[in-house]
Write a protein that binds this ligand. Structure first.
Ligand code: ZN
Length: 288
């Protein structure tokens, strides 16, 4: 009799403890971004790119120069997540590279700068939070031995900058495209025209074909769906969709793609005129 009452109490106790733990775990999961597992991409022995999730579907990228362990972070919207990545691997953070001033890209700048005093906040727009190094098209920076070149891509916002990153002799290129170029898509024309986006796609399209493209959001599947709705027989799009579904099932990022791939399936890279760019954007805006 006593034993079974004791057993019951004990069951309740362990049950409550389990529930409590499960709830804590749920809270931690909800608070930190878990839309994508952190993923490291090696650019030979030159630099690595660590892909980190932020907010609902944003990406942050830590670029680490292999020779010196100096690092820059692109759009650190989730400062805690960035800090734990840097603590784990011991990179020396030197700069924040901001693609544009929108909150979901620049909201972490102040906090990251407060945590790592002396780092530079780089961007192309006075509206970028905590900006202290205003760059323009063609400006260059170094992260250790790794080169960074700024590419102005006004349209989504007036001061949008893409960052073209290479090893010291121009090898293993990467481009960080924020909300200008997405995997199989492009950003909305909030502060610009179809003509500007057409020019942006031409500029980015002239980078080396093998350049890896790291964009600002995980929109891959919805973009590929739209691309198939306007170009159903494109086998590059079909193959990329298969790949994207596989990656998302495992909570892995679909980016990076390459400039060559974007030219094969991205409807906004494939338009032949400004008029086509404008009508493609309208189609995309009204698609579900
Ligand atoms: Zn934006």
């Amino acid at each position: 009799m006593f034993r079974s009452a004791y057993q019951k109490t004990s069951d309740y106790f362990w049950g409550a403890l389990w529930l409590g733990r499960a709830y804590t775990q749920y809270r931690v999961l909800r608070m930190s971004s878990t839309h994508t597992k952190p993923t490291v991409v090696k650019h030979a022995d030159n630099f690595t790119v660590t892909i980190l999730p932020a907010l609902d579907d944003n990406f942050m990228y830590v670029i680490t120069d292999t020779a010196t362990k100096e690092a820059a972070v692109v759009d650190p919207a989730d400062p805690e997540n960035v800090k734990s990545e840097l603590d784990k691997n011991g990179q020396k953070l030197k700069a924040i590279l901001t693609t544009h001033h929108h909150w979901d890209h620049a909201c972490g700048n102040g906090k990251v700068q407060a945590t790592y005093p002396g780092i530079q906040v780089v961007g192309g727009d006075e509206r970028v939070d905590s900006l202290d190094h205003h760059v323009k098209d063609g400006d260059t920076l170094m992260i250790g031995t790794t080169n960074v070149r700024c590419i102005a891509t006004p349209c989504h916002t007036k001061g949008h900058i893409c960052y073209f990153v290479t090893g010291k002799d121009g090898e293993t290129p990467a481009v960080f495209t924020g909300d200008t170029l997405f995997l199989c898509g492009c950003g909305k024309f909030f502060e610009g025209t179809a003509e500007q986006m057409f020019e942006n796609m031409r500029k980015l399209g002239s980078l080396p074909e093998e350049t890896k493209v790291y964009c600002g959001h995980e929109y891959s599947i919805q973009n590929l769906k739209f691309a198939l709705s306007v170009d159903a027989d494109n086998r590059h799009t079909q193959q990329k969709m298969q790949y994207a579904k596989q990656r998302r099932e495992e909570l892995l990022p679909v980016p990076p793609s390459t400039i060559q791939e974007e030219k094969q399936y991205n409807p906004f890279m494939r338009v032949k005129s400004v008029d086509e760019m404008a009508s493609m954007r309208e189609k995309k805006n009204s698609s579900k």
